[in-house]
Each structure stands twice: as structure tokens, then as C-alpha cells.
Design a protein around this ligand. Structure first.
Ligand code: NAD
Length: 267
């Protein structure tokens, strides 16, 4: 049984992670963390998540805790501190926090030399399958189409475009031999001029309670292909993260992705 600690346990994802642990046959929740000024400190993590009490009280202290894998869905500034803790105390990690900059991503990769660490912008099985489909579509369609990535999320999301949209863009750019940093165009306004076919466009919608939707459009003259993923419940991400937690628990040090967990090869 993998012993799991969850950061941000009272957050939107945290509550779903608590539920996913309770439903898992292979994982057990042993620690639930929140920020020091959270009104949920001292409450049972299960009750906060809307399920039966799990006999795990939400706390702001990680020291002296018994767990095998820490699952972090919080904020980059929080994530970096928990990486330091896991490195120091030789614990494994699953990171789902988005909006992490290159420096933090490099830190995660470097940490993989000492601990097993799994990082994914999107833990859903469906999205990771979509990444494979996008690779195939981009290779087949090449430079003959305009490529646009449209994503929609709830009004509370703080970063844009979504980490998943960026990952989709990177997979497509790599398949086409382009550098996403050079060919990405974010939003459009005013006198933009005609579209350059070599660009990859991103549009972000923030509205209501949309859990997460991504469409990649490959548009030619006379036809277009759309590959769409729609998440209707955060449990899809939480179940994926707990599955990843149980998987990483048995792995040697390394920097892993969701396609490693799902055994989807990159070719
Ligand atoms: P949220 O704001 O609802 O939850 C974040 C929680 O972290 C809050 O409860 C906050 O109090 C807590 N927190 C802040 N500081 C803390 C600290 N020092 N220690 C412990 N907890 C602390 O946000 P959310 O909607 O749950 O999203 C969290 C992150 O997960 C975002 O980056 C989001 O984009 C990402 N996300 C990733 C996936 C994926 O599949 N990878 C899916 C959904 C969301």
C-alpha cells in the first residue's frame, strides 16, 4: 500500500485527490497539508472533501510525517518548497501544478537524479492519448495546415494558456521540427496581418465552471481536422495522479511523465 501525502488538500484538486485515495485499493492517505492560514487546518481531510472521515487531519506541518509519495497540486512557489523537502528526506513525488517556469521544470528534472519524480500538466489518460494522436496528425499533415490550439477552463484558473495546451503545442512543434518558443502566437488583436502557416496559435477561454477543454485544429483549404478532449470531472485528473503515485512508489530515481506511467511510448 502506497502512503500518500497531499498538499493543497482543501483545494479543488486536493479534495478530489482525497476522494481518489479513499477509492484506491493501492493507496492510503496518511497526510494532508494546507497553507498555515487555511480555515481548514484541524479539519478531517475526508470531511472537507465531502466523504467519510479519513482520520487524517489537515495540517500545515510536514516534518516528521510518514509517507512514501507526496502529490502536489498547488502553486509553483509552493511546489518548489516541497521538492526541497522531498529531496532532503528521500521521498517520491507526483507534481500536477501548472504554470511552472523553465527554471522550476529544470529543478524537477535535476531532482530526478536523486528521487523518483513524476510531473504532468495533465494526468488524464484521455489527454495523454490525445498527445499521441496529435503527434500522428502533425507528422501526416506537415506544413500544409494552419494549427490552432483552443482551450477553455473555469474562471478561477490563474495561468494561461493551460499547461496542457502548451504541452500539446510542444508535441506538435517537435513533430514538425519547429521551436514552439519561436512559432507560438498567443491571442490576436488589431492589425495582425495574414496568418503565417508556420505559426501555432493559442486561444484561452476562462468562464464559469468549465473543468478543462482542449481542441487542436488542423485547418487546410477545404477541410479541417479537430482533435478534442473534454474533462467533465476533476476526478479524472485525481485518479490519474493517484495511479501515478502508486507507480512512482516502485520506481528508482528518475524524472517521469504520464506517458511513462501509462506505458505510451513516445514513438
Ligand atoms: P486551488 O487554488 O483550488 O488549490 C490549491 C490549494 O493549495 C489551496 O487550497 C491552497 O490553500 C493550497 N496551498 C497554498 N499554499 C500551500 C502550502 N504552502 N502548503 C499546502 N497547501 C497550500 O487550485 P486547484 O484548482 O486545485 O489547482 C491547483 C493546481 O493544479 C493548479 O496549478 C492547476 O492548474 C493544477 N491542475 C493540474 C491538473 C493536472 O492534471 N496536472 C489538473 C487540474 C489542475
Amino acid at each position: 500500500m502506497t502512503r500518500i501525502a497531499i498538499t493543497g488538500a482543501a483545494g479543488r484538486m486536493g479534495r478530489n485527490l482525497v476522494m481518489a485515495c479513499a477509492e484506491s485499493e493501492h493507496a492510503t492517505l496518511t497526510h494532508a497539508l494546507e497553507r498555515a492560514d487555511s480555515p481548514f487546518i484541524g479539519n478531517d481531510a475526508g470531511v472537507v472533501a465531502g466523504i467519510d472521515a479519513q482520520n487524517v487531519l489537515i495540517t500545515d506541518t510536514i516534518d516528521g510525517t510518514q509517507f512514501d509519495v507526496l502529490i502536489d497540486f498547488t502553486h509553483p512557489t509552493v511546489t518548489t518548497k516541497y521538492i526541497d523537502y522531498c529531496l532532503k528526506h528521500d521521498r517520491k513525488m507526483v507534481i500536477g501544478t501548472t504554470g511552472c517556469d523553465e527554471e522550476l521544470e529544470q529543478k524537477m528534472e535535476k531532482s530526478g537524479e536523486s528521487i523518483a519524480i513524476m510531473y504532468a500538466h495533465n494526468m488524464s489518460v484521455g489527454v495523454n492519448l490525445c498527445l499521441k494522436l496529435l503527434q500522428t496528425a502533425a507528422k501526416a499533415l506537415g506544413d500544409s495546415v494552419d494549427i490552432e490550439i483552443i482551450e477553455a477552463h473555469h474562471r478561477h484558473k490563474v495561468d494561461a494558456p493551460s499547461g496542457t495546451a502548451v504541452k500539446m503545442g510542444r508535441v506538435i512543434a517537435e513533430s514538425l521540427g519547429r521551436d514552439l518558443d519561436e512559432c507560438a502566437v498567443y491571442g490576436r488583436e488589431g492589425q495582425t496581418g495574414a496568418r503565417d502557416r508556420k505559426t501555432i496559435g493559442f486561444e484561452s477561454i476562462r468562464a464559469g465552471d468549465i473543468v478543462g477543454e482542449h481542441t487542436v485544429l488542423f485547418a487546410a483549404e477545404g477541410e479541417r481536422i479537430e482533435i478534442t478532449h473534454k474533462a467533465s470531472s476533476r476526478m479524472t485528473f485525481a485518479n490519474g495522479a493517484v495511479r501515478a503515485g502508486c507507480w512512482v512508489d516502485h520506481k528508482p530515481p528518475g524524472f517521469y511523465s504520464m506517458s511513462d506511467v501509462l506505458e505510451l511510448s513516445s514513438e
